[in-house]
Design a protein around this ligand. Structure first.
Ligand SMILES: C[S@@+](CC[C@H](N)C(=O)[O-])C[C@H]1O[C@@H](n2cnc3c(N)ncnc32)[C@H](O)[C@@H]1O
Length: 254
């Protein structure tokens, strides 16, 4: 059994070599669907789309503090972070990731990326106006510790904006994340269901993910099938049967 640290190092190093630079479920809207085979570049575009849409949602949901200092937890190779930084020149974006390799790649892309763990953030208290996180927060080990750390580094009135997937009905997920966040002084102020677009990305992009999967070293291939939600995996089934949901959530530091 390999440690999460080593697993993420391998994912990022191997992914970089093979063109997998951004690693999330992706969102494919109905209006974007086409009648032609998708390419790997299409999937990467759907992954970038999570950043664009989450940022738009964060802006639309307002907040008392303007986002001048923004931290992304689990920034990976910094693709989304550098995109947001370019589009918002007045805002300081900092990324943090568990993988040293991801941080190096992120810096090569021009991001200010720091190596560290969400459970012990290497930042002063009240250093950030916003923290955002894509498919990381509630998936980490000890999400409660990570939430307490996020609350510590957020200014009061600041926002945590997160894109996540989880099993269960949306109301049950809402109940669960509300309770976990409240224990750390974070109040859920908005949540939006993105399951249909996430499912489209998983289902329509499956052949391309499968092609990518064949390039994974054989030793890791079995494990990676689940991560990529390929046909025949439990994850793929849960996307198809609607038991896995994808959502954006915004919390306020109280
Ligand atoms: C699903 S990937 C998402 C990466 C990126 N946000 C994206 O959308 O492409 C999760 C990321 O979180 C990082 N990660 C995992 N556990 C972490 C932890 N405890 N602290 C900080 N980062 C972590 C991984 O290295 C990985 O880059």
């Amino acid at each position: 059994m390999i440690s999460p640290e080593l697993r993420y190092e391998l994912i990022h190093v191997w992914g970089r070599l093979r063109g997998l630079r951004i690693v999330n479920v992706g969102l494919l809207s109905k209006t974007e669907t086409r009648n032609r085979p998708y390419q790997w570049a299409d999937l990467q575009h759907w992954c970038i789309s999570v950043y664009d849409q989450l940022w738009a949602y964060a802006i639309a949901s307002g907040g008392g503090v303007s986002p001048l200092d923004v931290l992304e937890i689990g920034c990976g190779q910094g693709i989304g972070l550098t995109r947001l930084a370019r589009a918002n020149p007045g805002i300081r974006f900092i990324g943090l990731d568990l993988s040293r390799a991801a941080c190096i790649f992120a810096r090569l892309s021009g991001a200010d990326a720091r190596h560290g763990r969400s459970q012990k953030l290497p930042f002063d208290s009240e250093a950030f106006d916003s923290v955002f996180s894509i498919e990381s927060l509630f998936i980490f080990e000890n999400p409660e510790t990570a939430l307490a750390e996020i609350r510590r580094v957020l200014k009061t009135g600041g926002r945590l904006i997160s894109a996540e997937f989880a099993l269960g009905a949306l109301d049950d997920i809402r109940h669960d994340i509300t309770a976990k966040a409240a224990a750390s002084g974070l109040r859920l102020v908005g949540m939006v269901d993105q399951t249909a677009d996430a499912r489209r990305s998983i289902v329509d992009g499956e052949p391309q993910r499968d092609l990518f999967h064949r390039k994974v070293p054989s030793y890791f291939r079995a494990r990676f099938r689940e991560t990529l939600s390929l046909k025949g995996t439990r994850r793929y089934e849960t996307w198809l049967n609607g038991s896995r949901r994808y959502y954006f959530a915004v919390f306020e530091a109280v």
